[in-house]
Design a protein around this ligand. Sequence first.
Ligand code: SP5
Ligand code: ZN
Length: 342
Amino acid sequence: MKTVFSPLHAGHADTMELNSGEIVPGFEKPARAEIIKARVESERLGPILPPEIHDLAAAKKVHTSAYIDFLPTVWPQWEASGRGGSAIPFTWPTRGLRGDVVPDNIDAQLGFYSFDAGAPFVKGTWHAIKSSYDVALTAAALVKAGERTAFALCRPPGHHAGAAFMGGYCYINNAAVVAQWFRDQGAARVSILDVDYHHGNGTQEIFYQRRDVQVLNLHADPMVEYPFFLGHADERGHGEGEGFNHNYPMPFGTAFDEWSAALEDACGKLVAYAPDIVVVSLGVDTFEKDPISQFKLKSPDYPKVGARIAALNLPTLFVMEGGYAVDEIGVNAVGVLTGFED
Ligand code: SP5
Ligand code: ZN
């Protein structure tokens, strides 16, 4: 399996986040991608390719133009306002207050285009976002060209980013971008299988009213876990999209037996949908030692996940999402991929 990777992710570094009442170093840090890359090499998964550079047209098919145009302006605006550190929003438009005017002020713009304070910007953030997008599209092109599978080693991740909002370490929704790109390349139907611990609220929002992209999401119950306000089992799509969104919320403490039963159900729905391509939003924050998560998957479980996805026997693009147990992130993420290939 070929991997696509860009070193430009590393400029998105030394971020801060608010966690349990304290400002702490960001969990979504450069070592994540470097350790996965090192594991791809040591496991001899296959060649590691640099991304081709793309324009932003594919991003603007799933995000609003205004949102995508905003992202590269954040750091320059922040610097122009005389500040360092991380550019992080602190105020948001809210139900009952006017929300249709985009203010000139950078703090207000950050709030306007986000749902939480979890998508900080530093100097290299935009270039990392852009490289992650290029990585995803380059890996997608490999599958389009006939490879059975490819691994987009994206960083930052994407599944919390919606049509016009960032959050949860995510800016451009890489999985959504490539799903749309496959449609535009002639795929009739695409399935997105999101196995990250957190609900892919951005992905769900983007495709909620569509039937040409099926979205299957396995995640911690939003009654008790971030991102909280979406991801319930009764969210099944709307209008044309009704019946094409499937959520599998699971309680804290879920281990592989119960988790894999949900995966099995999702695979059944996927097979019934008969997509041309599967895009896997690959988060490994379901791991028992993940520092911000509450599931109990173990390292030997990940190859089984890959093997189950391989048994779908469909062209499959893996897009990296979350996973914060840095010491084991390489073993776990690449474990899915070697399990797919075995
Ligand atoms: C892509 C992805 O996995 N994004 C995850 C973003 C999670 N952000 C908020 C997590 C809040 C976790 N609070 C846990 C408290 C543990 N001390
Ligand atoms: Zn996650």
